[in-house]
Write a protein that binds this ligand. Sequence first.
Ligand SMILES: [Zn+2]
Length: 185
Amino acid sequence: MRGEGVVVSEQSLALLSTETEEAMARQIHRNGSPHPALWGLLDAVVDPEIPALSIWDIGILQDVSVDSGQVAVVLTPTHSGYPAMQDNAATVQRVLNEAGYSEARVETRLMPSWTTDWLTAGARSRLREEGISPPSANEHFDTAACPQCGSHHVAMISQHSGTACRAMYRCMSCHEVFDHFKAIR
Ligand SMILES: [Zn+2]
């Protein structure tokens, strides 16, 4: 039993460390931007719901541009909505203002709508470090894996854990109770 669990764990880690095509497309867009320093500044803005993740990691930060000296930042809210979005927009403004960009403006883009496929592989591994099972990077299924031991031998305790985007599970291998960040796409 135990050996079997380890094999599943290695498979799931290999899967989760893979970037989705969507996350790769975001990275290519960012790499092609003429404003890498601005993107770098905004890496300091974390999501209030999951402070281990920056707004880039979680897929909220879409674009940064400069037009006639004015910085424009494009954000897409996660499905869980707008209260966090207002915090994010205010923090983006503050970080840019403190760095000397007084003319910063934040735009909200609703389409295409946010998906967990925009999470970076780094975000998935940081979620595991936080004890949260990340959404699957595979478009065909979404399975919870224990963030402690990697086992897929898990049972759902509750559909909702604190926020609608998470479900609560118990690991049947090591008995850890953990949150799974559900895939949204
Ligand atoms: Zn476990």
